[in-house]
Ligand binder design. Structure first.
Ligand code: NAD
Ligand code: UFG
Length: 340
């Protein structure tokens, strides 16, 4: 299939582009590089041995988007392009709504003009908020706790409305849990700008000596060791979930919603110990105050994705830590500092 990947220079989009190409698809990437670099696109080409057409455009720019959509007879779009920092979204809600909601509306409008009506959308487990029961199934009522999470839920609603108005649309909404790790080749991985918000990139930067100490945000949660529990999913497993979702859409119309997670939760301390084991390095850490907006526990019931998409996570946390460490060691400052 001819596929357009928005946000394809980013962390999950770039890993997904690799899996799509390996599955025989032709991939075009559009990304404004607001949270990524062109080096990620080169890395996709290195890993796959295939050229990737890349447009450095913002999806909100409709004339630029028109140029992109006209470049191939696209069969589907995988839409990753979004801003994703939860804390920042509380300080800059307009920016988040404009980019994530209005940006998606512009994209959908352009797709409609070109008769492209198949979409895989990157949603988030954050739409569930803080449910009472675990694991979290797709029928758990949404209760987003941040502007970021609300942009995801609003976009989901927009996609349902679009399908109600035009049943030709085929839409897969994937609610990701916590994406971690890097490609096993060591050539591509997450390259956060500034201080990482997320646990694993921060841990890896402490292990490699770039930062001194990890702040563990709270050890007084109602969990066995007091730290927060999450469902950490290897980014390659997550990427492969998109290949499965596309296959599923080929046979199913409508709007589908699937959790992508492992079905297992790990605490912050368990993650630190797993990374120490994988890297052979100590990860100095201290307990700090809770981070506002964090929930105590979150892990997926991934059985719907297993039953309907034929997808199950294959890699465990240990493997994700090993692959992340390989990437971190060879690229201690991300793509700009590749070591031999
Ligand atoms: P990322 O920031 O690495 O990738 C997003 C990419 O989109 C970046 O390369 C950025 O430059 C690009 N982008 C943003 N706005 C754009 C615009 N207006 N026009 C063109 N390009 C634009 O983030 P990621 O971790 O790869 O996340 C990908 C998607 O998955 C996002 O939609 C995110 O909300 C969602 N998600 C991520 C996680 C996670 O654990 N990382 C969890 C749940 C959902
Ligand atoms: N944590 C720390 N110290 C840090 C960073 C994180 O202790 O420096 C803790 C958090 O308190 C939490 C856990 O590590 O208990 C995971 O935190 P992350 O920031 O890595 O991930 P979140 O679960 O907060 O959120 C991530 C993405 C969201 C996405 C969500 C999906 O950032 O965009 O996963 O479940 F929606």
């Amino acid at each position: 299939m001819n596929l357009l990947v928005t946000g394809g220079a980013g962390y999950i989009g770039s890993h997904t582009a690799i899996e799509l190409i390996m599955a025989g698809h032709d991939v075009v990437v559009v990304d404004n590089l607001s949270n990524s670099t062109r080096a990620a696109v080169s890395a996709i080409e290195t890993v796959t041995g295939r050229d990737v057409t890349f447009f450095e455009y913002d999806i909100r720019n409709d004339s630029r988007l028109d140029e992109v959509l006209a470049c191939r007879a696209f069969d589907a779009v995988l839409h990753f392009a979004a801003l994703k920092a939860v804390g920042e979204s509380a300080a800059q809600p307009l920016r988040y709504y404009a980019n994530n909601v209005a940006g998606t509306a512009t994209l959908l409008d352009g797709m409609n003009d070109y008769g492209i009506k198949t979409l895989v959308f990157s949603s988030s487990a954050s739409v569930y908020g803080d449910p009472d029961t675990m694991p979290i199934g797709e029928d758990s009522p949404p209760d987003p706790k941040s502007p970021y999470a609300r942009t995801k839920l609003i976009t989901e609603n927009l996609l349902h409305d679009l399908h109600d108005a035009d049943p030709d649309w085929r839409i897969s909404i994937l609610r990701y849990f916590n994406a971690v790790g890097a490609h096993p080749s060591g050539r591509i991985g997450e390259d956060p700008s500034g201080v990482p918000n997320n646990l694993l990139p921060f841990v890896a930067q402490v292990a490699v000596g770039r930062r001194n100490c990890l702040n563990v945000f709270g050890d007084d949660y109602p969990t066995p060791d007091g730290t927060g529990i999450r469902d950490y999913l290897h980014v390659v497993d997550l990427a492969r979930g998109h290949v499965k979702a596309l296959d599923y859409l080929a046979g199913a119309g409508g709007v589908s919603v699937h959790n992508l997670g492992t079905g297992r939760g790990y605490s912050v301390f368990e993650v630190v110990h797993a990374f120490e084991a994988a890297s052979g390095r100590k990860v100095p850490h201290r307990v700090a105050a809770r981070r506002p907006g964090d929930v105590a526990v979150s892990w997926a019931d991934p059985s719907k994705a297993r039953d309907e998409l034929g997808w199950t996570a294959e890699y465990d946390l240990e493997r994700a830590c090993e692959d992340l460490w390989r990437w971190q060691l060879t690229h201690p400052r991300g793509f700009s500092t590749r070591k031999a």
